[in-house]
Design a protein around this ligand. Structure first.
Ligand code: KG4
Ligand code: ZN
Length: 361
């Protein structure tokens, strides 16, 4: 099953602006990030409790030049030293995607370098191949994740279960029917008055809580590989109402009677999400005979999720991206671009447009 193919060496400049991170990176041979620059807008959006699209695109325009320059400078390279450019083409916010794509087109036009339009989800999948310079990649990871690979992408916008039988081959098994896993974290954090982004806030609050304190539902959706988190979110809302006698309930104004209750709710909510994500992923890995598992996207930074998967699950190695590559970044886009460049070698036309609703397969 384990295959070791040799691909030609190449350095790729990646650019990512699909949501609220302006990012650029240079990745060597799809595996080693020579630089990874991410300008986060989280603080700008925090007061809205979510990403405000116009604010996002305006901010991308302000910083994109500097971010790209910085990614090249940190890699000690000039544009002429890279072999291709990869840019997120979708899915994402149209105004945000346009900023990155136009920047990449301009660079490709000026330099004559080939340009690859990358699906953001494909980027998250390839995040598990990348090590950051200075970090020591575990020896077991020397050849990267092995196929067939069962992948779970859990982010603010997506929850996808994907089977990869080989590089660039994606079979979508299922996804969320309502809220994405990260979105559920963000919404529940708001209900608990914990702030944005909600994932890290829930994780921190949950540390002091009891995951078995409050019984919350798990939507297993038997007979399908889909997920649903809206019932769980509503159950948390009801619980909050019950605990606060129905006062309070303007978004962001929730005040639970005491912090211990918020911690128990956060821990119980997190446990319910983790149970379903891990349970269904392991079942799918078994059913489809996956050799290994990878978990990526913002929620893959979650400590409880990582602990539940462990390093082996059902006898299969489980790959997580390095922490800084769980959330949106351009190293993952460059890595995906590398495999497109090395295996297919067919660059995209400079006429390509953004694909805000692009699915993976
Ligand atoms: O991948 P990402 O940066 O953006 C999208 O492509 O959506 O994911 C962001 C999401 C947010 O919903 C955030 O709350 C969640 O990832 N997240 C976490 C953690 N860190 C980020 N969720 C749970 N636990 C975390 N530690
Ligand atoms: Zn993402």
């Amino acid at each position: 099953m384990a295959r070791r193919k040799k691909f030609p060496p190449a350095r790729i400049l990646g650019i990512e602006t699909s949501c609220d991170e302006t990012a650029a990176a240079v990745v060597e041979n799809g595996r080693l990030a020579l630089s990874n620059v991410v300008a986060s807008q989280a603080e700008l959006h925090a007061k809205y409790g979510g990403v405000f699209p116009e604010v996002a695109s305006r901010q991308h325009i302000k910083v994109i030049d500097t971010v790209v320059e910085e990614a090249l400078a940190q890699a000690h390279l000039e544009l002429g030293d890279v072999d291709a450019i990869a840019v997120t083409r979708g899915p994402g916010l149209p105004g945000s995607l346009l900023v990155g794509l136009n920047m990449a087109k301009g660079l490709a036009l000026g330099s004559g370098l080939p340009l690859y339009g990358i699906n953001h989800l494909e980027g998250h999948l390839y995040s598990a191949w990348v090590a950051l310079e200075g970090d020591e990649a575990p020896a077991a990871d020397a050849s990267g994740p092995q196929f067939p690979l069962l992948a779970l992408i859990v982010s603010g916008g997506h929850t996808e279960l994907v089977l990869m039988r080989d590089h660039l081959q994606y079979e979508r098994l299922g996804g969320t029917l309502d809220d994405a896993a990260g979105e559920a974290f963000d919404k529940v954090a708001r209900l608990l008055g914990l702030g944005y982004p909600g994932g890290p806030a829930i994780q921190a609050a949950a540390e002091g809580g009891d995951p078995a304190a409050i019984s919350l539902p798990r939507a297993w959706l038997e007979d399908s590989w889909d997920f649903s988190f809206s019932g769980l979110k509503t159950a948390v809302l009801h619980k909050v109402r019950e605990l606060t006698d129905g006062h309070n309930l303007d978004v962001g104004e929730t005040r639970l009677p005491d912090a211990a209750l918020a911690a128990d709710l956060a821990a119980s909510f997190q446990a319910a999400v983790v149970d379903v994500l891990v349970g269904k992923t392991l079942r799918a890995a078994e059913e489809f005979g996956a050799a290994e598992i990878m978990v990526g996207g913002g929620v893959s930074a979650n400590a409880a999720l990582r602990a539940a998967f462990g390093q082996q699950a059902g006898g299969r190695p489980v790959h997580f991206p390095p922490m800084p590559l769980c959330t949106d970044n351009a190293a993952m886009i460059a890595a995906a671009g590398y495999f497109r460049h090395a295996i297919l070698g067919q660059a995209d036309s400079l006429d390509m447009d953004i694909e805000p609703g692009w699915g993976l397969a």
